[in-house]
Design a protein around this ligand. Structure first.
Ligand SMILES: [Zn+2]
Length: 879
């Protein structure tokens, strides 16, 4: 699954890009714990095959189901328990192989999400078929089987899709809905003739029943987990291409296949790359990517085996609005979901404790493959950003280890967070660097081969990796996956002798909110480099280390930025690096800026160090480094919110820093310019618009009024205009949103309405979100986005209208959704409000998201009061 991507532009305008707030969190779990498989269902019965028949009634938002499950009863039992929710049973029987059916009494437990089938006398061990007829519901948010209504030039349409991860297959089939219960599936559906039905497998037969309905039977799936099953139905078009023996397809609303062409071609290239990398060819006959209008607060795409589901904003490219960033997003998300076809679908974590095996790996594989197949995008420089997302979350006391104990469905949902994805990815990158890329691939191949069609825990991977590497990778891996937190490597001193530099290192721990914490200990693979000399490596253990680097001069520790740790330089070493900053590798410039920002905000070093670096960036620095300056300055600007006089002084400096860069880059995209420039341009325009730069505001308004907006800038220009809108402009945008018939554009316009800085207009956006107008899956996002500029207003509004808002949020997101709305507040009352909300509405075992938001508000408030004075002082001296 790919986590939700909120419009980066909307966030940039709200000044929330730097140090992103990551909402999911878990209670502090400082102790190292053993990994054990777990389950909520009794282990006495195992399913092996499901034969499922579904008849959807889209107009009534209901469906009829029939399922026959082949099961093995492992010991005599009076009852069989499986997962089911929001369904009613008409009948249930248990038939021994070759015997007469036993009738079961069904009782449903909504709280436990189970159905229990009880028998008059004990059922002996043996092979049976459990047959059930039942009726279920079609939702309007992305859980279970759900409907998406969308506009087209030919009027309103309704399509159906399924979304089961983490625990919603039980809304579609009464089932053993846990990843370790793998089985094969036969799905057949009775659907309106003329609509396209899609499953993980191709259709085996399709028969027009003559009554307006068609019966479609799909081929038997391979053995897989329930959460990977997929069914979609709608007025679709499908385009295909071949990659070896595999048919690659895109399935989108009618008339839109041209917009999916890039995704189709990318998927073809990625499949060939993965077949080679994993050493086990993709095992299904086809691989579709199904595009859907709308959105979810939980995810952007889902890796159903053979039938990836992706929201249109992450799959389609529209020539009138899509950008270079969108293009890279389409590629990266397809690459992520396709990596899951092996890591997740073919080999699956035994239980949600090891979710990172799916998500960390797919994230890493997508980044690696994007950089390999599109070197011209220079996405390897984004790795620093990914690490920052993880460390920002991981340095708070509310963090958790990558591998964590999960008990409830809600806890499993909350595990889809920056630690699982981004820390997982960063740690894999570090380990790959430690053993070498070829050895790492060899370990991955061994692991996939050994565990195909089965389930694993993390140690299964480390076992194969140790064997491939011939050295204990697992020692380092355990340190970074079983304990939480961010190591801090301190460069204590450097000394040059005989043409080599000897660097003394100490290991501490970087914490944002526990300054006096006793550091945990890690085995840390450290790299260091002087100038363009050879990179030296060392393993820091027991808190100390020495590394000898060829050459003399300023030393970069964590050279290449592959390590998951922060680097704190002694003052003399930092000054030397600052002096040499312009000549450093771009990736190291980014890493040093990220470390300095984080440690300056946490009070580990002075904010003046960050400001010095922001000033040291030169016109010929690469666009990504300028992007980092944009993020840092916008982050600081966000801290000044509500303090107009000091903010004006800061903005004078920030504008003077960024405006000349925009002048260099220009407003109009040039043919053949590098991809990173295409990405930097909207960043600069958005930032300067956010900082209130008069020239940018005027030019954005002029282009909006004249409808003179190149596709690459359209979203940015509208964002600048929308966030600074007066009532007349807002009304004009609203009218455009209402009239728009392309969902990809329409959804974006409604999101923009929520970016208004003006209180009254933000209130109008909130009110609008509660109407049917924006579409059932757009409204929750509108409220969240309004919360970026107006956290207090939006949070109070959502809580006051909770009954209505609940219907706008998928159940997998709800425990994080409300606290997240208030997360950028500086109101001292907000932590108490979030706490009160959590105590009233969120189960005690699922309050980690709320705890993280509370901790983050307190942290940001502290940064504002304790760090900004040093920025003020720096501005006075240097501004
Ligand atoms: Zn994923």
């Amino acid at each position: 699954m790919r986590r939700l991507i909120v419009s980066a532009i909307a966030l940039a305008l709200a000044g929330a890009v730097a140090s992103p707030v990551v909402l999911a969190a878990d209670a502090a779990a400082p102790s190292v714990q053993a990994v054990t498989g777990t389950t909520q269902l009794p282990r006495n019965v195992r399913p092996s095959h499901y034969a499922v028949s579904i008849t959807p009634h889209a107009d009534k938002l209901a469906f009829d189901g029939k399922v026959a499950v082949d099961v093995d009863v492992l010991e005599p039992t009076r009852s069989i328990t499986l997962n089911a929710i929001d369904m009613t049973f008409a009948s249930a029987t248990l038939t021994p192989r070759g015997g007469k059916p036993w009738t079961a009494k069904v009782s449903v437990d909504d709280q436990a999400q189970t159905a229990v089938f009880t028998f008059d006398k004990p059922v002996p061990a043996g092979a049976y078929t459990l047959s059930m007829t039942y009726a279920g519901k079609i939702g309007t948010q992305a859980n279970g089987l759900f409907a998406i209504d969308y506009d087209t030039k030919a009027g309103k349409k309704r399509a159906l899709y399924t979304q089961f991860e983490n625990s919603d297959a039980r809304r579609f089939i009464p089932s053993w809905d846990e990843p370790a219960y793998k089985a094969t599936f036969d799905l057949d559906v009775t659907v309106p003739t003329g609509l396209m039905a899609v499953n993980n497998m191709p259709a085996a037969s399709s028969k027009d029943l003559g009554n307006g309905l068609t019966h479609v039977v799909f081929k038997t799936s391979p053995k897989m987990s329930t959460y990977l099953l997929f069914f979609g139905l709608g007025d679709f078009d499908r385009a295909t291409t071949m990659s070896g023996d595999t048919e690659i397809g895109v399935v989108v609303q009618k008339g839109h296949v041209a917009q999916a062409q890039f995704a189709l071609e990318s998927s073809k290239a990625v499949l060939a790359e993965y077949n080679d990398y994993f050493g086990v060819p993709y095992p299904l006959p086809k691989l579709d990517n199904i595009g859907s209008p709308g959105s979810s607060q939980f995810f952007g795409a889902m890796e159903n085996w053979g039938a990836i589901y992706t929201f249109e904003y992450a799959l389609l490219l529209d020539p009138s609005i899509s950008t270079q960033r969108d293009r890279q997003g389409v590629f990266g998300i397809a690459a992520h979901e396709m990596a899951h076809q092996w890591f997740g679908d073919l080999v699956t974590m035994r239980w949600w404790d090891d979710l990172w095996l799916n998500e960390g790996f797919a994230s890493w594989m997508a980044s690696r493959t994007t950089a390999k197949l599109h070197p011209e995008w220079q996405t390897e420089l984004d790795n620093v950003d990914i690490r920052e997302q993880a460390m920002s979350r991981d340095a708070a006391a509310t963090t958790h280890p990558i591998v964590q104990h999960i008990e409830t469905v809600e806890q499993a949902s909350q595990a889809f967070d920056a630690i699982t994805y981004s820390k997982g990815e960063a740690v894999i990158r570090m380990l790959e660097g430690y053993v070498g890329a070829d050895t790492w691939r060899e370990g991955v191949r061994r692991y996939i081969k050994a565990h195909s069609y089965n389930n694993t825990v993390s140690d299964d991977l480390w076992h194969e990796m140790d064997a491939a590497a011939g050295k204990p990778v697992s020692t380092i891996a355990h340190d970074f996956t079983l304990q939480p937190g961010v190591p801090m490597i301190k460069v204590v001193s450097t000394a040059c002798a005989g043409g080599n530099t000897t660097v003394q290192l100490e290991q501490g721990e970087f914490s944002k909110d526990q300054p006096n914490k006793k550091p945990l200990m890690w085995h840390v693979p450290v790299t260091a480099q002087v100038g363009k000399g050879a990179v030296a490596t060392a393993l820091v253990a027991d808190g100390k280390g020495t590394i000898t680097v060829p050459g003399c001069g300023p030393v970069v520790v964590n050279a290449g930025q592959g390590g998951y740790y922060r680097t704190l330089y002694a003052p003399k070493e930092f000054q030397a690096l600052r002096g040499a900053f312009a000549g450093l590798q771009p990736i190291d410039q980014l890493g040093i800026m990220g470390d300095t920002w984080a440690m300056a905000m946490a009070g580990v070093e002075t904010p003046a160090n960050y400001m010095d670096l922001a000033k040291a960036v030169t016109p010929d620095s690469v666009p990504q480094v300028w992007g980092e300056v944009v993020d840092g300055l916008l982050g600081l600007d966000g801290y000044y919110r509500g303090d107009a006089a000091r903010q004006a002084t800061f903005r004078k400096f920030a504008t003077a820093r960024l405006a000349p860069e925009l002048k260099r880059v220009g407003w109009v995209p040039r043919d053949g310019e590098p991809a990173p420039v295409k990405i930097l341009r909207p960043q600069l325009i958005g930032a300067l618009g956010s900082l209130g730069d008069k020239a940018v505001l005027a030019e954005a308004q002029r282009r909006f009024d004249a409808n003179d907006m190149p596709a690459e800038l359209r979203k940015t220009i509208i964002s600048v205009v929308a966030s600074n809108a007066n009532a007349a402009t807002w009304d004009k945008l609203h009218a455009q949103a209402k009239a728009e018939t392309t969902p990809l554009i329409k959804d974006e316009l409604y999101a923009m309405l929520s970016t208004a800085k003006d209180d009254a207009l933000a209130q109008r956006a909130l009110d609008l979100a509660l109407t049917d107008e924006p579409g059932a899956t757009n409204s929750a996002g509108m409220i969240s986005i309004a919360g970026r500029n107006h956290p207090d207003m939006a949070f109070d509004f959502a809580v006051a209208h909770k009954a209505q808002v609940d219907k706008l949020v998928d159940s997998t997101s709800s425990a994080r959704y409300y606290p997240g709305i208030g997360s950028s507040s500086f109101d001292p009352a907000m932590p108490g409000k979030v706490q009160a909300f959590a105590e009233k509405y969120i189960a005690a075992t699922s309050r980690r998201g709320a705890d993280a938001v509370i901790a983050n508000i307190k942290y940001r408030t502290q940064v504002r009061s304790e760090r900004l004075p040093a920025v003020d002082a720096w501005l006075k001296k240097n501004g």
